[in-house]
Design a protein around this ligand. Structure first.
Ligand code: FMN
Length: 217
């Protein structure tokens, strides 16, 4: 069978959903769902829109927590989808139906858990929480003068990892039981887990995928 050359508006092939917590200028917490994250040793690289409150918070105080969403957290992710801590909502996001929400913990019915190291709070419902420090960042798409800096790439150092005992490998102090950890994935605006589409309808899927072209082309 031949391949067909196509031009997808986005390349959301499938990544874990992370609930990033950061601290706003007034000291209040922000939460943002994101999925452009990958892991290598005790580092992670994160792709974040510069217009987001999350990026601005990370640039300012160099801290964040990466709280991993599990398959039972679709309703919390849906409540956070299409929200921003930025006011007024940037035009690009307003056109996609985003609204400004100041207290995202309350909005998403999530529980704040204090940091163990004096950084932004953790999300208690997440079975995995990684407290991080920003060590480097770059402006992406620097080859396109009109897009340079629209997206930022952050390298973060993972300082403390907290997990619930239910996902630890029995008999080992520092290992995860892969059979017990069930991450939630974002695949082309839908939520997946274990290769199956999760039952709750994705809020993100209400956005016309063609709207993402404005950012990348
Ligand atoms: C499942 C999911 C994955 C997302 N992935 C990303 C991402 O990787 N990078 C990003 O900048 N925004 C991503 N977003 C969109 C952000 O959540 C959105 O920009 C949000 O408004 C950021 O909130 P803030 O402005 O309060 O930081 C994702 C949203 C959802 C629901």
């Amino acid at each position: 069978m031949p391949h067909t050359t196509i031009s997808p508006s986005q390349l959301f092939w499938g990544n874990m959903v992370v609930l990033m917590t950061t601290e706003n200028p007034d000291g209040s917490p922000n939460i943002s769902p994101m999925s452009s994250a990958w892991w290598f040793a005790h580092r992670s690289v994160l792709g974040v829109l510069a217009m987001s409150q999350t990026a601005q918070n990370m640039l300012r105080n160099k801290k964040c927590v990466l709280n991993l969403a599990s398959q039972d957290m679709t309703s919390s992710v849906n409540l956070l989808a299409r929200t921003t801590g930025v006011s007024p909502v940037p035009d690009f996001k307003a056109a996609m139906g985003y609204v400004c929400v100041k207290d995202k913990f309350e909005h998403a019915k999530l529980t704040l858990q204090e940091s163990a190291i004096g950084g932004p709070p953790r999300v208690k419902e997440c079975k995995v929480q990684m407290e991080c420090e920003v060590v480097a960042w770059t402006e992406m798409m620097a080859d396109l003068p009109d897009k340079k800096g629209v997206m930022l790439s952050f390298e973060v150092k993972i300082l403390k990892t907290h997990v619930l005992d239910e996902i630890r490998l029995e008999g080992y102090e520092n290992r995860i039981d892969a059979d017990k950890w069930h991450p939630m994935y974002h695949v082309f605006s839908q939520y997946y887990g274990g290769g199956e589409k999760l039952t709750e309808t994705s809020e993100l899927a209400k956005i016309d995928p063609e709207m993402y072209r404005a950012v990348v082309e």
